[in-house]
Design a protein around this ligand. Structure first.
Ligand code: ATP
Length: 324
């Protein structure tokens, strides 16, 4: 079965193609800025502008035509409404024109499942860290359960906000990672509350220190060390609580080498195994959407819903994992 996966929940318009769950291509175009942040309407305009081009490129590289496609999967939740609408309208037009069935998948579940599909992790604690989300998740019963999360802003968003304040543009995570290599430690607020973490104070404090003349490099280094240590601490507690022996780092921030190294050190000390999703599948992309669409659609428990609309605020703990 050939599946087209369309991703448009946030900054990235992605098109993936899978054949019998094997990834053929993973094409994308990401909204970026030199200085400012991510403005929803500018993201919508970006997706409108690139969508046909990214689709054409994906089909050409996969050596298929739209008529070969058996199923279109799209990320219908959660995300920025203006960006989700572009994906939904695009998919509905294609489906109608070429008479192809559609399935809507949850973008976060897609991050989790592509992590399982591309690593050897079987039943891990997931540390999901992206621009919009920071959650510590495990599969228990028939649901993905959230054991801890960011109370104010997600870790990727904290990196991006701080980066914007010091003029790094969007996305700032990769630039902060580079600058951090040259930095040394300065103290920043470390806020862990039970199983939850709070990153808003660290953005304010680091920005104030920057304005007082503390070097960018030192702040980038300390920002990473502090945020990642907070996340490793709560992940370790989740491992102990759920009695699991694996941890899997997923989401855009998983691209950070220092972060995956810190998680590895913690896991080794607990005789557990740490996995990190491969770089190509860490951030938003269409391959994970195509892959999950195929898995769900071909599950014997799948029932097609009448209408598939966008759901900007859907939580993963509301979704029964009928395909597992
Ligand atoms: P979600 O997937 O929850 O909808 P999203 O669409 O913003 O959120 P992703 O594409 O998964 O997320 O991740 C983007 C985030 O990853 C941005 O905040 C970006 O700064 C961060 N990021 C990317 N590369 C790195 C890196 N090397 N180090 C740290 N952060 C990074």
């Amino acid at each position: 079965m050939i599946v087209l996966g369309i991703e448009s929940t946030a900054h990235t318009f992605g098109v993936g193609v899978t054949k019998d769950k094997k990834i053929l291509v993973n094409e994308k175009d990401t909204f970026t800025t030199k200085e400012g942040g991510m403005i929803p309407n500018e993201v919508r305009e970006h997706h409108e502008k690139v969508k046909d081009k990214v689709l054409r490129r994906a089909l050409r590289k996969a050596k298929v035509t739209i008529k070969d496609v058996d199923l279109i999967s799209f990320s219908h939740a959660p995300g920025l409404a203006p960006a989700l609408i572009v994906g939904r309208d695009f998919v509905e037009t294609l489906a109608k024109k070429y008479n192809i069935p559609i399935i809507g998948v949850n973008h976060i579940v897609a991050h989790l499942e592509i992590g399982l599909a591309t690593t050897k992790a079987k039943d891990p604690i997931f540390l999901f860290t992206s621009g919009a989300n920071t959650q510590i998740i495990a599969h228990e019963g028939d649901y993905y359960r959230v054991f801890g999360e960011a109370l104010s802003i997600a870790v990727g968003n904290a990196l991006d906000k701080f980066g914007r304040n010091i003029g790094l543009g969007f996305p700032a995570g990769p630039k902060i990672e580079l600058l951090a290599k040259e930095g040394k430690y300065v103290e920043l607020p470390y806020k862990v509350k039970g199983m939850d973490v709070d990153f808003s104070g660290i953005v304010t404090k680091a920005t104030q220190l920057y304005e007082k003349g503390v070097p960018k490099e030192d702040l980038c280094f300390s920002f990473q060390e502090t945020c990642f240590a907070m996340l490793v601490e709560v992940t370790e507690r989740a491992l102990a609580h759920c009695e699991k022996k694996e941890v899997l780092l997923i989401g855009g921030v998983a691209a950070n080498k220092r972060f995956s190294d810190m998680l590895d050190i913690m896991a080794k000390a607990r005789k557990a195994k740490a996995y990190t999703v491969p770089f190509e599948y860490a951030g938003d992309q269409g391959a994970m959407i195509a892959y999950l669409g195929d898995v769900m659609y071909n599950s014997k428990n799948y029932k097609a819903p009448g209408v598939i609309d966008i759901d900007p605020r859907q939580r993963i703990d509301d979704i029964k994992t009928f395909w597992r």
